[in-house]
Design a protein around this ligand. Structure first.
Ligand code: FRU
Length: 462
């Protein structure tokens, strides 16, 4: 599988589709696979929802619940809009009257055709203007196109955003556009998500975003003090791509999920019986940083606390210096666990958090209090030699200036997702240890660091 697709929430159920090859373990025969969940952590698998047809393979796209029957498929029909990919890329719709389990393809397809590659349509209902808005990646032109429609069938091109803006090295794919409140204020800003491949900060695929304003037809990005549009990244790992959000999530939530891999080596990862997974679900937010810019946060979705099992370590107020503190990680459920950790690093230059197993395979997270960064070194994390692009150190700015960081680290069998300061910075990286990581050690240089709160939970077998 690759990209998550067409996610919508309806009647208490989170629907998640994904780019899926039903006939093999490498990219081909793109189909919308389907799964659903009532709690974002336990997922049921369903038969494929949309399969390749006369117009081509079924690439990425989005779905909405058409509550007002604007398309004429019936009140509350689920309407999916996706890219039909064959010799060219055109946009098609399909609808479902059984909550997204089966879809009927619209005989009037395609609903949008353009001359150059365009894909991954992502739509929402614009309440201010009473019509649908669609963002479409004009992939090779490095821009997102915005269309509007009264009925999901007839689309009018309104504007384009992106040429020469932000990271431009790769193709632009999988857009998303939504409004969020800036933390602690009543200010609302728009976020334009723009996945790019290659051209990510650590090579290959990554998710950039722009913060700005959208008036129903045109997106305008915020600039910095010098009048430039800064490049912003949603995640500072190597394995976070094609991230988009659920349509219609409850309680004004903007819940996101990404594909946890990288096109540099997605087809070569050393896994058996599966190929690729999604990231954990995340909640998007906005915060104003000391540099005056507004950034996006992505914090673990609240439902994730429900998968905690036993608290196996609880430590308050210990210091770590040159002599390291060592803690055990859970052995149950193949070591799948969550680590929570608050660190006060005001009296240290750097702090190492080393997660290791008995085969001497390890990941080192290093907080550098001098430049306010956290790095993730997976060069010795286990099997790394299947691709020259896999061994890597990724680095995130920690968006704080008090030298205190609070981490939530989720370790799964082949991945680590590190959330810092409630999602202000995130790093998602695959790892392939040959046996589960079993220890966590913390040490510091240039003084000592305070471990203020450390909790380790094993995670239930789902
Ligand atoms: C992104 C992407 C999309 C496309 C899909 C095809 O990973 O390339 O642009 O729709 O994958 O599977």
């Amino acid at each position: 599988m690759n990209d998550p697709n067409g996610m919508f929430y309806k009647d208490g159920v989170w629907h998640l589709y994904y780019q899926w090859n039903p006939y093999g373990s490498k990219w081909q025969n793109m189909t919308w696979g389907h799964s659903s969940s009532t709690d974002l952590v336990n997922w049921n698998h369903h038969p494929a929802a949309i399969e390749a047809n006369g117009l081509g393979a079924v690439f990425s796209g989005s779905s909405v619940v058409d509550t007002e029957n604007t398309a004429g498929f019936g009140k509350n029909a689920v309407v999916a809009l996706y890219t039909s990919a064959d010799l060219s890329q055109i946009q098609s719709i399909a609808h479902s009257v059984d909550h997204g389990h089966t879809f009927e393809i619209y005989p009037g397809n395609p609903v949008i055709t353009l001359e150059s590659e365009a894909r991954d349509p992502n739509m929402f209902w614009d309440t201010a203007n009473n019509r649908w808005v669609l963002s479409l990646a004009h992939a090779l032109d490095h821009e997102m196109l915005f269309f509007t429609s009264p009925d999901l069938k007839n689309w009018t091109l309104q504007s384009a955003f992106g040429k020469g803006k932000g990271a431009q090295d790769g193709v632009w794919e999988c857009p998303d556009l939504f409004k969020l409140k800036v933390d602690g204020t009543d200010e609302e800003k728009w976020v334009l998500v723009c996945n790019i491949n290659p051209g990510g900060p650590f090579g290959g695929s990554a998710t950039q975003y722009f913060v700005g304003d959208f008036d129903g037809t045109t997106f305008k990005a915020d600039t910095d003090a010098d009048g430039n549009i800064p490049t912003k990244w949603m995640d500072y790992g190597k394995d976070h791509y094609a991230t988009v959000s659920w349509s219609g999530a409850p309680d004004n939530r903007r819940t996101l999920i990404g594909w946890m891999s990288n096109w540099q080596y997605a087809a070569e990862v050393p896994t058996l019986q599966y190929r690729s997974a999604n990231t954990l679900p995340r909640e998007a937010g906005l915060f104003k940083n000391a540099d005056g810019q507004i950034y996006m946060s992505s914090a673990p979705s609240p439902e994730l606390v429900n998968i905690r099992d036993k608290e196996i370590v609880k430590v308050n107020n210990k210091s770590a210096g040159r002599k390291k503190r060592v803690f055990s990680l859970p052995v149950s459920n193949d070591g799948v666990c969550e680590i929570l950790l608050d660190l006060d690093c005001r009296r240290a230059d750097s702090v190492d958090i080393r997660i290791a197993n008995n085969a001497d395979e390890s990941v080192t997270l290093r907080y550098n209090s001098l430049d306010h960064t956290l790095s993730f070194d997976r060069r010795h994390s286990g099997i790394v030699d299947f691709s020259q692009d896999f061994p890597a150190v990724t680095v995130a700015p920690t968006f704080e200036n008090d030298k205190k960081i609070s981490l939530r680290i989720f370790i799964d069998k082949s991945s680590m997702e590190v959330f810092g300061n409630n999602g202000k910075f995130v790093m998602t990286n695959l790892v392939f240890p040959t046996m589960p990581y079993s220890t966590l050690s913390i040490s510091a240089t240039g003084g000592s660091a305070k471990i203020e709160n450390l909790k380790i939970y094993s995670i239930k077998e789902l």
